[in-house]
Design a binder for this molecule. Structure first.
Ligand SMILES: [Mg+2]
Length: 207
């Protein structure tokens, strides 16, 4: 008898896969070089976030200004069409370490796909005063949880914070990673364009 296959959910990283790195755009707009640091540079997310909050406060930059910058950003070229095509065939969930306060203008431009991410808090003056992860290692946990309720997970990401998600998924794909990551994690398939990525996500699973 033919085995019934599990339904597939594609889990995608946001920044570097569908939209530009938000903090790099903020760094350019505010001309604060130090804000260019991302998880590509500092793999420890807590260290990175504390550093960012410190830099913003030192330079007097409040959440509202960052939101203005983000609302002028656009998804990467072709991202919306890629996502539409993928969503016609699969359920898609975006798993990101960013924050709803940052991401929503970009999510709107992508046609409101489902996004699992985190929350920020601000102080009485409007400075970012804290960040609240739903749980540590949220991308990996979400992937694990979706597998536990009967889905096959195919995941794609570009950076260090995606590696545990890619390892947990039934299929993990690196999309346009920096050289160092591509060399360190040779076990993952690699996509450089959206058509490559679609093909790798869409190809039938090996039994
Ligand atoms: Mg990324």
């Amino acid at each position: 008898m033919k085995k019934i296959r599990k339904p597939v959910i594609c889990c995608l990283d946001l920044e570097g896969v569908l939209v530009p790195e938000i903090w790099i755009q903020v760094a350019e707009r505010t001309q604060i070089k130090e804000l260019r640091l991302t998880t590509r540079d500092i793999p420890n997310y807590d260290v990175l976030m504390r550093r960012r909050m410190e830099i913003l406060r030192t330079h007097g930059i409040k959440l509202e200004l960052i939101q203005k910058v983000i609302s002028k950003m656009n998804p990467l070229n072709g991202a919306e069409a890629f996502l539409d095509r993928l969503r016609m065939k699969y359920q898609v969930i975006i798993l990101s370490d960013t924050f709803y306060e940052f991401a929503m203008p970009l999510i709107k431009k992508l046609g409101y796909p489902t996004l699992f991410c985190n929350k920020l808090s601000t102080d009485s003056e409007g400075f970012i005063s804290g960040y609240h992860l739903r749980q540590p290692n949220g991308k990996q946990k979400a992937t694990q949880a979706l597998k536990s309720i009967g889905f096959e997970i195919r995941a794609a990401g570009d950076s260090y914070n995606d590696i545990s998600m890619l390892k947990t998924a039934d299929r993990g794909i690196l999309f346009n990673p920096p050289k160092a990551i591509a060399q360190k994690y040779r076990g993952f398939k690699l996509a450089k364009t959206y058509s490559d990525l679609f093909r790798l996500l869409d190809s039938p699973s090996q039994e």
